[in-house]
Unconditional design. Structure first.
Ligand SMILES: CC(C)(COP(=O)(O)OP(=O)(O)OC[C@H]1O[C@@H](n2cnc3c(N)ncnc32)[C@H](O)[C@@H]1OP(=O)(O)O)[C@@H](O)C(=O)NCCC(=O)NCCS
Length: 359
């Protein structure tokens, strides 16, 4: 299984796939389910296929979580001591349900360990787990042999269909399914599935050589994670025999999620436009515009701007030193230089202007 992430340092993850039951389903249920899960298994109505997929999903999920707990927390739990129950939106949550003191309470946030995602289709089930419960994971699989008529017209926007149309014809069907799976994986990682609508998961890039698909959550899909506005999650996809898989790991606040220099510049230009809109300033604000001599900033305006920037990025930055330094040198500061300063303090590579400034 290929997985990744929207992070530079992907956290350790375990992915487990099963294509068949290891034993008779009722026997498996007795062996691996917690009392509450067993009750659910017995009360499940509807098609037998759904019951069996649910059970196989629980099996792979527990087999993914157990080695993580063993290796990282030295917790050796039996499958029935690990309980997987859905949150109100259906997202599977991992809990301890043994008879002794809850080892997960001692090990981490009370009663919670691991973040988990499950998918099943055509008798196969997969689960992806990471240790950190705050990290979001999403996995999906679909069978290529299942015929679908016209799903592309519903699932994809015109832009997304153009991405597909640009691929070689022999890749079309497989990559359409990969794109669908990528949307589902992101929907699961964000915890609401596709309830915001398929078009709220917008595919911005496809890289066939790496199996990579970038998905930008928009509109309703941003509700659980508003900090993702304007960002894309990396979803890695793979084909194995007749199945297509997609998986994503989103570590909240991860380094890779920081804005690019261009995004910082855009934000600063927009902010400066807001701040100076009532001022008697004839020209549009440009990257080269200088705050004091061109835009007529006073020191109080600079402090207001710096505070707004820190609040926007929720990161303290040494603006006091920067302002003191330009005061001592009796020089001005352009928006471009300010962009480099913010970029550097958000962890990006320093730009040429920033290097010059600190000398
Ligand atoms: C969540 C969803 C993407 C699952 O897709 P699916 O193709 O039906 O089924 P999959 O096999 O891929 O995945 C099923 C698993 O997803 C997980 N899941 C369900 N809801 C979830 C959620 N909100 N967040 C994360 N994971 C979720 C469950 O673990 C489920 O398996 P389980 O019930 O056996 O535990 C889909 O059902 C969905 O979007 N539901 C929400 C709203 C909706 O019904 N929209 C329809 C519009 S298209």
């Amino acid at each position: 299984m290929v997985y990744d992430s929207s992070v530079t340092q992907a956290p350790e993850s375990v992915c487990v796939r099963m294509d068949a039951f290891p034993c008779e389903p009722n026997v498996l249920a007795d062996l691996i389910l917690s009392p509450r899960e067993r009750e659910h298994w017995r009360s499940m109505r509807g098609v037998e296929k759904r019951r069996r997929e649910w059970l196989l999903g629980r099996y792979v999920a527990k087999e993914a979580v157990r080695p993580l707990l063993e290796k990282n927390l030295d917790l050796h739990l039996s499958p029935e001591e690990i309980e997987i129950m859905p949150d109100p939106y259906g997202r599977p949550l991992v809990k301890y349900c043994g008879s002794g003191p809850d080892p997960l309470v001692c090990a981490g946030p009370p009663g919670r360990a691991s973040s988990l995602s499950i998918a099943h289709s055509h008798g196969t089930a997969v689960a992806l787990a990471v240790l950190d419960p705050e990290t979001r994971v999403g996995i999906d699989l679909e069978s290529l042999s299942h015929r679908r008529e016209d799903f592309e017209a519903i699932a994809f926007s015109p832009d997304e269909r153009s991405l597909l149309a640009a691929l070689p014809g022999n890749l079309h069907q497989e990559w359409a399914l990969r794109m669908w799976c990528a949307k589902e994986a992101v929907g699961k990682a964000l915890g609401r599935g596709l309830s915001a609508g398929l078009l709220a998961f917008h595919i911005t890039r496809v890289e066939t050589a790496k199996g990579l698909i970038e998905v930008e959550p928009r509109d309703g899909a941003l509700e659980p994670c508003p900090q993702l506005r304007g960002k894309s999650l990396n979803v890695y996809t793979a084909r194995e025999s007749n199945f297509v898989f997609a998986a994503t790991i989103y570590q909240q606040g991860a380094v890779r999620m920081r804005p690019s220099r261009q995004e910082i510049l855009n934000y600063l230009l927009q902010k400066m436009g807001e701040l100076t809109q009532d001022w008697d300033y004839p020209d549009p604000v440009r990257p080269g515009s200088r705050l004091f001599t061109e835009l007529g900033f006073e020191s109080l305006d600079a402090v207001v701007l710096c505070t707004a920037i820190q609040e926007h990025y929720q990161t303290p930055m040494p603006f006091a030193e920067l302002l003191a330094e330009i005061g001592q040198q009796q020089r001005d500061l352009s928006i471009d230089e300010l962009t480099d300063f913010v970029n550097t303090h958000l962890g990006g590579p320093p730009g040429a202007d920033a290097t010059r400034r600190v000398q």
